[in-house]
Structures are given as structure tokens and as C-alpha cells.
Design a protein. Structure first.
Length: 366
């Protein structure tokens, strides 16, 4: 069982400067876990503590039921793929992939077999005698992954491995790493600042900010049920629209009064928002739920009157960047609907898809 457990893990770089704060997580055997968050949130530091490249200030880390706090990296049975590939420029692709096995005194036949197997998986069989300078960025990254595969470790660690690739190559490598995970049936921990990578690759995602874990969930659950305002704004492209307003008592029930919009609350929402009557809340709504064909064709759907600032045709959909009173928001609309910059529109939205957050705690209410 290649299960990885982080139990109350903290990391300090001296004094009261905590890079990682009370990190608790169980990564299941064969799971693809992604750490995501903005630069400086502690995700790479956490990965390096798992690898043994950073010391743990407090807490414990277990790999395959063994506490590894004081175990050197080479004895943890892990393999790490770095952002900058970390290939030896004077060695061929074959020698780069075989180097770690030679250090561990593997037999030549075993090394040959493992390198050939990894090169076949990664499409590197025709490049084994080239040196890194003769390879493209994507090929170099495959070599770095191949060097990890030949080890056959319990856990694979990836530290932003696609950051140096162009957009098209990143999409291709995302798919290749995902297929590799299924083929190897291995436990993988992947760090990225790109939420698209996180959403498309992970079985579960850890969202971090300022060294703290804000939410751990599957990609779909993270998208549909963000636990707080940061996750709501960080996950999703474009991000969730956020509107500030008051909960008020209307003639026919409670309403959300956002100055430029008034939204009648559904009965199931009213029960959970009872404590917020006459108080400020933040309403969140995804761009695809504003101005979409479904919203426009929904009877009695609330509407937002807004000014069109920017129109972005994306082919399959069009993004509208809009202003309504003091609120800026984004709508995804049908690409065949004609809209001009500077025009005024009324867009329907799906109130059943709305989220409400406490502005003080930033946590989800309903």
C-alpha cells in the first residue's frame, strides 16, 4: 500500500514565519492528488517535505505505513520530476534514464529492460542516443518522467513539470501523464499553480493559500461546492462572479438586494440564510449560469441589467465582461447571440445555481 499520510505537518523557516501550517491529509494508494494554489502558498514546500528535500518543523509524514521524518530521500522509495527537468547535459537519454539504477547497482540486463520499457511507454525509443540539447522541451520532460518510471517507486512526485512548455504541449503532456497514472497504477502527487491542470488531472485536489489547506475535494465537487470565497474565485475559468448585497424581507419572501439587482430567494435558501436577514452576504454565480440559453429560457429567472464593456468571441461560446452598478461580472453566452461593446443588456441567470458566502469568515453559507 503506497498510502501517504501527512499528520499535522508544519514548516517554519525561522521564528514565526510558517510556510506550511497544520497540514493534514491522507493520500490513498494509487490516487492522483494535486496540490494547487497561487505562488508562495506552500504547495512545493509540502511536496519537498514528502520527498525529504525539506525538513519538517512539526508533525509527521508516513509513506507506505512507515514514518519517514528522518529517512533520507534516497531511502523513501519515491521519484521526483522537477520543473527544470534536471537532466545531465553530457549524458544521452539512455544514460540519463539509467543513471539512478546504475548508482543502485542494478544488473545491466535489468537496467536495459527497464529503460526500454519506459522509453516505449513515453515514445522515446528513437531518441535514446541523443543528448538533451537535441530534444524539444516536451521530449526533455518525457525523459525526466522516464527517469522516474524506471525506478518503479511507491510514489511519484511532480513539481510543476509542465510550466516551461508551450500551451499546446502542456495539453498533450497533461493527457500523457494522466494515461501514465492509469497504466502504472501508482500513487502520484502533483503540484501546480494552474487550476486547469488541477481540474483535468486530479482524482482529488488540495487548494492551498498562505500555507493553509482551504479545501480537499474531487474536481467536480470543488467546482460546484466551493467551501469559501477564495476557492470560488480561484477555481474555474473564468472565475465565479461575486456580488455583495443584503438579505432583506420582501413582500413575497426574502430577497438578495445587490443594489443593481434584487433576487427572490428560493425556500431552501431562506432557511439557511435566516441568521443573515438585514446583514451583508456575498452571492456567487458561475459565468455559464448568466445569459446562457438555459437561463434565458427559464421562466421567472431573475435578470441583471448591465453595460457590456468587452466582448470576447471564443468560438464555442462568447464571454461578456460587464458592469452592473458597482459590480463587474462575466457572462458566457451563446456565440450566435450578437452583442456590441457599449450596449446595454438584460441577462437572466439561474438562481438555483447561486452560492452565498459570509463576508466576515469568507465561508460558504448555502
Amino acid at each position: 500500500m503506497a498510502e501517504v499520510i501527512l499528520d499535522h505537518v508544519w514548516k517554519s523557516y525561522g521564528g514565526n514565519i510558517w510556510a506550511v501550517k497544520d497540514f493534514n491529509l491522507t493520500i490513498k494508494d494509487r490516487e492522483f492528488m494535486v496540490f494547487v494554489g497561487p505562488s508562495g502558498c506552500g504547495k512545493s514546500t509540502t511536496l519537498r517535505m514528502i520527498a525529504g528535500l525539506e525538513e519538517i518543523s512539526k508533525g509527521s509524514i508516513s509513506i507506505a505505513e512507515r514514518v519517514v521524518n528522518n529517512v533520507p530521500p534516497k531511502d523513501r522509495d519515491i521519484a521526483m520530476v522537477f520543473q527544470n527537468y534536471a537532466l545531465y547535459p553530457h549524458m544521452t537519454v539512455y544514460d540519463n534514464m539509467a543513471f539512478g539504477l546504475k548508482l543502485r547497482n542494478y544488473k545491466r540486463a535489468d537496467i536495459e529492460s527497464r529503460v526500454r520499457e519506459a522509453s516505449d511507454i513515453l515514445g522515446l525509443a528513437d531518441y535514446l542516443h541523443r543528448k538533451p540539447k537535441a530534444l524539444s522541451g516536451g521530449q526533455r520532460q518525457r525523459v525526466a518522467v522516464g527517469r522516474a518510471i524506471v525506478r518503479k517507486p511507491k510514489v511519484f512526485l511532480f513539481d510543476e513539470p509542465l510550466s516551461n512548455l508551450d500551451a499546446k504541449m502542456r495539453v498533450q503532456m497533461r493527457a500523457e501523464i494522466s494515461k501514465l497514472h492509469v497504466r502504472l497504477e501508482a500513487t502520484m502527487i502533483y503540484v501546480t499553480h494552474d487550476q486547469v491542470e488541477a481540474m483535468t488531472m486530479g482524482d482529488r485536489i488540495v487548494v492551498m493559500k498562505d500555507g493553509v489547506v482551504l479545501q480537499v475535494a474531487t474536481p467536480l465537487d470543488l467546482y460546484e461546492n466551493p467551501a469559501n470565497l477564495f476557492v470560488a474565485g480561484f477555481i474555474g475559468t473564468p472565475p465565479m462572479n461575486l456580488f455583495e448585497g443584503l438579505i432583506r424581507r420582501g413582500a413575497d419572501g426574502w430577497i438578495f438586494d445587490g443594489a443593481s439587482m434584487q433576487v427572490a430567494l428560493l425556500p431552501e435558501m431562506q432557511a439557511k440564510l435566516e441568521a443573515y436577514v438585514d446583514k451583508q452576504v456575498v452571492m456567487g454565480i458561475r459565468p455559464e449560469h448568466v445569459g446562457s440559453p438555459i437561463a434565458e429560457n427559464t421562466a421567472d429567472a431573475p435578470k441583471i441589467k448591465a453595460h457590456v464593456d468587452v466582448v470576447e468571441p471564443m468560438g464555442a461560446e462568447t464571454y461578456l465582461y460587464m458592469t452592473s452598478g458597482r459590480h463587474n461580472f462575466i457572462a458566457k453566452i451563446d456565440p450566435h447571440r450578437r452583442c456590441a461593446m457599449g450596449s446595454e443588456l438584460q441577462l437572466a441567470f439561474l438562481e438555483a445555481k447561486a452560492h452565498f458566502f459570509d463576508p466576515a469568515t469568507t465561508n460558504l453559507i448555502v
